[in-house]
Ligand binder design. Structure first.
Ligand code: NDP
Length: 328
């Protein structure tokens, strides 16, 4: 038997409820690899799945947790053997398939990646989906060429923003972080940010479609009015990696920055990344993210902390990353 955080839905009222429950291996969904999970993390999507489901959960009862790292317990796939350390992000695990808020998980071998050398399971989840996405964003910006000058990171004190700040600073870029929480300025500076902007300095309805050219690149975790404004402030030919919608899904922008400044808007999706890209991104993380900075970015939680943490992340109140020690 093992413990898992299970969300149920009452069909009549449509209300969801969640609790830590004891399950057996026979309860797990089909898959070719069974993993003894060590750590998972709390992401924005998990907040939705822990609460109302947010339209993401495909079936109840459900175990959220869109990522995990652990040790292979049994495998029917020749690529993995008992004892191998693995990491999983994406593939709608924790949404359409039971996820990582559980001491055991059973998944398709194709969804896993061997843990890269130099990372342990806890560090891998300090990075987690948010950090993996931050690295995909950096790689996308690099592929399109990062200009010379300051690189902007929106939602900087959140999970994606914190790790993007640490990676880009470590790669020698001058990072400006945008945050709605001025009290996180010291934290962001400790991750390598050179300048901090208050959210309301950027997060305004655009007045003019083009403003002075400021940013050599941008990782945007916020979307909405903030992204619209940033588009008009990018340097000629610069790229924005659009990651999230913490500030809204509507984009009240014009096409002018694309037409007159040749701006690239690069959509980043961490869920359906092919295996080779996932391996490449995890290898880059193990090389280019200063691991000694992970401790200051993370807090550790248990399965029973999840209802509160799920609500907190939806309100944008989490600083950095929350690791879930599923065995604590
Ligand atoms: P977090 O909640 O950790 O961070 C989001 C940050 O955005 C907050 O910390 C806050 O930063 C800022 N923010 C929150 N609400 C608002 C608002 N109303 N207006 C402006 N800024 C706001 O989430 P993550 O970093 O984990 O994820 C960020 C986004 O990226 C989410 O939308 C998530 O769904 C998405 N995502 C997308 C992925 C993909 O594959 N494309 C993968 C992972 C995440 P601050 O306090 O510094 O202002």
């Amino acid at each position: 038997m093992f413990d898992a955080f299970v969300v149920n839905k009452d069909e009549e009222s449509g209300k969801t409820s969640a609790a830590v429950q004891s399950l057996s291996l026979n309860d797990l969904p089909p898959g070719d690899v069974t993993v003894a999970v060590e750590y998972s993390t709390v992401n924005y999507k998990d907040g939705l799945c822990v609460g109302s489901g947010g339209g993401l959960v495909r079936n109840y009862p459900h175990i959220p947790g869109i990522d995990f790292a652990g040790v292979v317990e049994s495998s029917e796939d020749p690529r993995y053997s008992t004892g191998d350390k693995v990491v999983l992000t994406g593939w709608r695990v924790g949404e359409a398939h039971w996820g990582g808020f559980s001491q055991k998980a059973r998944v398709k071998a194709d969804w896993l990646v061997p843990l890269p050398k130099g990372l342990n399971t806890r560090q891998a989840m300090a990075v987690g989906t948010a950090g993996f996405t931050a690295m995909l964003s950096v790689m996308a910006l690099e592929n399109n060429g990062i200009k010379s000058g300051p690189v902007l990171i929106t939602g900087a004190a959140g999970g994606v923003g914190s790790i993007a700040t640490a990676i880009l600073s470590n790669l020698g870029h001058e990072v400006t972080g945008v945050t709605g929480r001025p009290e996180t300025a010291d934290y962001l500076m400790s991750l390598g940010a050179k300048n901090i902007l208050a959210r309301n300095e950027i997060n305004e309805t655009i007045k003019r479609p083009l403003e002075a050219e400021r940013w050599a690149g941008c990782v945007d975790a916020v979307g909405g009015a903030m992204l619209a404004r940033v588009l008009g402030q990018m340097q000629y030919g610069a790229s924005v990696a659009a990651v999230g919608l913490a500030g809204g899904a509507n984009l009240p922008a014009t096409v002018i920055p694309f037409l007159l400044r040749s701006i690239n808007l690069l959509g980043i999706d961490s869920v359906m990344q092919p295996y080779d890209n996932r391996v490449r991104a995890w290898e880059r993380i193990s090389k280019d993210l200063p691991l000694e900075k992970l401790d200051s970015m993370t807090q550790i939680a248990t399965l029973s902390d999840l209802p509160q943490l799920g609500a907190d992340i939806l309100k944008g109140q989490i600083k950095g990353r929350v690791i879930v020690d599923v065995n604590a």
